[in-house]
Write a protein that binds this ligand. Structure first.
Ligand SMILES: Cc1cc2nc3c(=O)[nH]c(=O)nc-3n(C[C@H](O)[C@H](O)[C@H](O)COP(=O)(O)O)c2cc1C
Length: 309
């Protein structure tokens, strides 16, 4: 099974993604937070330095709705050797994103989606998409069928499907729980489009669900919130074993200090979820939050490798 870590604003930043790669190596695939194409065009260096740096292992996720801007953005990305894949966001329902007709909102206008794809696939990079199973509360096989066929037309064969419809009138919080997740419709699509790589996403957060997908011959899944709540859950459930957690964290700390815009508070933020589900979790978190330098953090972990054993 290949595990994709879902793009999550405010979570999957440069720190957290690299921490996960130091823990699991390349057995997981990570995605940047969504970046609007305009930001890349107008603020290229700042954006790329913040999200990627030279040693990037993650897919870049972009959003856009103007084919001309997508074209311009792609031209810039094509010159960046350490970005190998671009994922196009067609699923974000947030009101701010809607205002600019990005993400889920754009799927109301399939012809604009098509114009955007036309530009995207001119890129030298691998292109994938992330979309919702439907738009609105009701199951709508036509919606997902039409989009899968459109992606296929442009030879986009890696399609991440959030198996819950998106509802434009809901806030983001409700869009993460209503309507119910619908894996059955995903399986119908998987059977129908067996030549494409369809990757399910949404509430895949325990071993039973992972086994359910695996037993149904799904070889790749995307997981979001479970990674941000408990980055070590794959190891604890013996799904992906980490050989030496203490050493992985120590290597991560050595690596991250070379990040040109290193910030101690963001480093600590990335480390806090490691303590979730552990005995004395609150105490460890309070201790680490009181530290002020990287050396102190390194020492903190050196003295506590027993936690992981
Ligand atoms: C805090 C937060 C931020 C998110 N940001 C993005 C984003 O930038 N791009 C995107 O495609 N999806 C985003 N999502 C949606 C996730 O990628 C994923 O589709 C969703 O959380 C369902 O997966 P899960 O149930 O495993 O968490 C976000 C979700 C959360 C909870």
């Amino acid at each position: 099974m290949i595990f994709h870590v879902a793009p999550m604003m405010g979570y999957t930043d440069y720190y957290f993604r690299n921490l996960l790669h130091f823990l699991y190596g390349d057995r997981i695939k990570t995605y940047s937070e969504m970046i609007v194409d305009k930001a890349i065009i107008h603020n290229t260096n700042n954006i790329l330095n913040k999200h990627f740096c030279y040693s990037n292992r993650s897919v870049l996720q972009i959003a856009g709705s103007n084919p001309k801007e997508i074209k311009e953005c792609i031209k810039i990305i094509d010159e960046i050797p350490y970005i190998k894949e671009i994922n196009f966001n067609l699923g974000c329902p947030s009101s701010r994103v809607q205002e600019n007709n990005l993400g889920l909102s754009l799927t109301q206008y399939p012809e604009i989606v098509e114009n955007c794809l036309e530009q995207l696939i001119k890129s030298k990079k691998k292109i994938s998409v992330k979309c919702r199973l439907g738009l609105g509360l009701k199951e709508d096989q036509k919606y997902i069928d039409n989009f899968i066929l459109l992606f296929k037309k442009y030879n986009i064969n890696k399609i991440i499907i959030h198996c819950r419809n998106g509802v434009l009138t809901f806030n983001t919080k409700n869009n993460r729980k209503i309507p119910n997740i619908n894996y059955e419709l995903f399986f119908k699509c998987k059977k129908k489009y067996s030549d494409l790589i369809l990757i399910p996403n949404g509430e895949i957060n325990n071993q039973d669900i992972i086994n359910y997908f695996s037993n149904n011959l799904v070889k790749e899944v995307m997981i979001g919130r479970k990674f941000s709540e408990d980055p070590l859950f794959l190891n604890y459930n013996e799904i992906l074993q980490i050989e030496d957690i203490g050493l992985s964290i120590s290597n991560y700390l050595d690596f991250i200090q070379k990040y040109p815009i290193f910030k101690i508070n963001l480093l600590i933020k990335s480390l806090l979820p490691l303590f979730n589900n552990l005995k004395d979790s609150k105490k460890h978190k309070k201790n680490i939050q009181s530290l002020c330098s990287l050396d102190e953090i390194k020492l903190f972990f050196k003295e506590r490798t027993f936690i992981w054993n």
